[in-house]
Design a protein around this ligand. Structure first.
Ligand SMILES: Cc1cc2nc3c(=O)[nH]c(=O)nc-3n(C[C@H](O)[C@H](O)[C@H](O)COP(=O)(O)OP(=O)(O)OC[C@H]3O[C@@H](n4cnc5c(N)ncnc54)[C@H](O)[C@@H]3O)c2cc1C
Length: 242
């Protein structure tokens, strides 16, 4: 990204093709740590880059498992499919079956951190998951049709290598707003981690985006991105969705 006069230019690569765009304002909607890995000309103040790099991406260190069954057999036993466990690789379980009930699915959050997941390897982790499902849900639990695992810490469009560690300092969420305006108010960071009230959550992503839209549309020009005296912590979420 570069600022030339009043114009922000963005160069990117999409499907192997270089693309370019330009405009009055650029809103960066990727997690701060990934934004820290992008290139800015002129360069951003060191504290801004430092803050972007230190701000953890919510949930990025985690991995989820989905066990798929022929049917939600636990429902037939009057059970919810939800659970918590202090033993085994999965810490919590939720019924993730589709509402038509045609198949059953249990979603589990992996308790082991990224380093342990990697050292165990996929097959060993799956074996432990199946053993735990059997211990908690009985023989049917140990017989899924398939097991799917997604390790978010390996998703390069979600997590940076730093995100392999557990989220350490969510109090940094929203702090990027302290550095407004950047590039004459033509560069904004609007991922969920830019939200002071709901940083990390979907609500935070919506809040950040709407605050940005408000700041632009209220005046129709850059320069109004400050939240005009209102404490962003109490910025209300009463925008109407059409
Ligand atoms: C495992 C997991 C579980 C979660 N559970 C919940 C939950 O239960 N409730 C809840 O409220 N929130 C949950 N979240 C958080 C929720 O997903 C985020 O709050 C939300 O997705 C943030 O939205 P965002 O627009 O800020 O960023 P994202 O949704 O991360 O969007 C960023 C986008 O930028 C793209 N991107 C990244 N780098 C580049 C690049 N260099 N160039 C172009 N594009 C790029 C990515 O592909 C992505 O599409 C969870 C997150 C994870 C990972």
């Amino acid at each position: 990204m570069s600022l030339t006069g009043d114009l922000v230019q963005v160069h990117a690569v999409q499907d192997g093709n270089e693309i370019a765009a330009e405009g009055d304002i650029c809103a960066v909607a990727v997690p701060p740590r990934l934004a820290c890995g992008l290139s800015y000309q002129p360069s951003l103040p060191e504290p801004v880059m430092g803050l972007l790099g230190r701000t953890p991406t919510w949930m990025a260190p985690h991995a989820k498992v989905l066990a798929v069954y022929e049917q939600p057999f636990w429902c037939h036993q009057g059970l919810s499919g939800g659970g918590l466990s202090m033993q085994g690789p999965l810490a919590e379980f939720h019924d993730a079956s589709p509402s038509d009930g045609e198949i059953g699915a249990i979603l589990g959050f992996v308790k082991f951190d990224a380093a342990k997941r990697e050292s165990l390897g996929k097959q060993a982790l799956e074996d432990l998951v199946i053993r735990q499902l059997g211990a908690l849900f009985g023989p049917d639990g140990a017989n899924p049709l398939s097991i799917h695992m997604l390790d978010w810490s390996n998703e390069t469009h979600c997590a940076s290598p730093e995100d392999r560690k557990p989220v350490s300092n969510p109090s940094l969420y929203g702090r990027i707003r302290d550095w407004t305006p950047i590039w004459d108010d033509r560069l904004h960071f609007i991922a969920t981690e830019a939200s002071r009230t709901n940083g990390g959550l979907m609500e935070g992503a919506i809040e950040s985006a709407l605050l940005f839209c408000d700041s632009v549309t209220q005046t129709g020009k850059p320069g109004a991105a400050q939240t005009t005296g209102a404490n962003p912590r109490t910025a209300n979420m009463s925008w109407e969705f059409d």
